[in-house]
Design a protein. Sequence first.
Length: 367
Amino acid sequence: MTASLIPTLPGAYYTDPAVFRQEQERVFEAMWFCAVRSSDIPSPGRFRTVQIGRESVLVSRARDNSVKAFLNICRHRGAKLCLDEEGEVKRAFQCPYHAWTYGLDGKLIAAPNLTKMPDIDRVEYGLVNVHVREWLGYVWVCLADKPPSFDEDVIGACTERLGDASAIDHYDIPNLSVGRRIVYDVQANWKLIVENFMECYHCATIHPELTEVLPEFTEGLAAQYYVGHGAEFGTEIQGFTVDGSEGLDRIPTVSEDQDRRYYAITVKPQVFINLVPDHVILHRMFPLAPDRTVVECDWLYLPSVVESGKDVSRSVELFHRVNEQDFEACERCQPAMSSRAYAKGGVLVPSEHHIGAFHEWLLERLA
C-alpha cells in the first residue's frame, strides 16, 4: 500500500452485530452520553426516555428540581416503566404491569399489598440510578458503575479542539433556546456518521451551499483539522444561512476573533457541536442497530430570537441540507460495508488522518 494512504476499519466493523454489541457495552454504556436538552424536562415530573446502548434510560426532574436518571425498568418483574418517549407524571412513576410505584427520586413508595411485605427495602428496591451531569444546557448520563472523568472526556474534547477551555463559554449555550429540532432516522452505522462529520474531503463534492458560505472547505481540509481554527465566512457572505444572507442576532459574548467563523467539535462517542456567531447546532446520535442511527439535531438561538418569533428558516435550512447530504452519503456507504470489495476496508487520504486516530481510539476501547 502507498505510504501516504492509511487503512480503514474492515467492513465487518459496520455490519457485524457482535461488534455492535461490544460497542454498546464498552462505548455507549461506559462513557458519558448526551441524552436530552435540559429544557425538555423543565419542571418536576416531566420526563424523556432514551436508548443508550442496550438500556432504556428514564431522564426526569425531581420535586427539588434536580435532574435524575434511572434505568427504565420496574424492579418487580422487569417491565418497562415508561412506554412513551416523553411525558409528565404528577407525583410518581407507576408500572403499568403490577402498579409498583416510584417517587420522582426513584424510591419505591407504593405497591399492592406492600404494607404486608415489611422486609422490602424501599430504597434498595427503588429504581436503579444512573450518573448524571448537566453541561451546555444538556443532560449527560453515564451507565458505568464508576464513570470516567467528565472534565477530561467531554469538556476536554472541546478544549482540545478549540485550544482554550473558555472558548466554548463565549457561546453561552446553556442559556440559548431551541429554535428548531429535526430528528433524522439514518440507515447507516454510527461510525460512518462520525467519520463523515470529521472530514471535509467530500465537502466540494456534495455540499455546494456550505462551501459557498465557507470557501476554504473546497480545499478538503475540515475545520477540525487544526486546533483553534475556525473556517472563515466568504467575503460576500453576511451570515451562516442557506443563501449567505444576514443571520439572526449575534450572541453578544462571542469574541471578535470568533466572529464570522465556524467551528466544529466532535465529542466522542455521539455528539457534534457546531458554533457560529448567532447560533449553535448540536447533534446527538442514538445508535440503535449496526445499520441504524437516530440523530436528534437542535438549532439553538438567543431566547429573544425564539420568543419574538423571528424567521430562522434560512438559518436552519443551511445545515439541514448539509445533514441530508451527509446522511445520504452514509446510507450509500452502508450496503457496501458487506461487499467483498470492502472486506479488508478501504483507505484514508492524508487529510483524513484524524479518522485513522478515531479508528485507533475505537479499537483500544473494544480490545
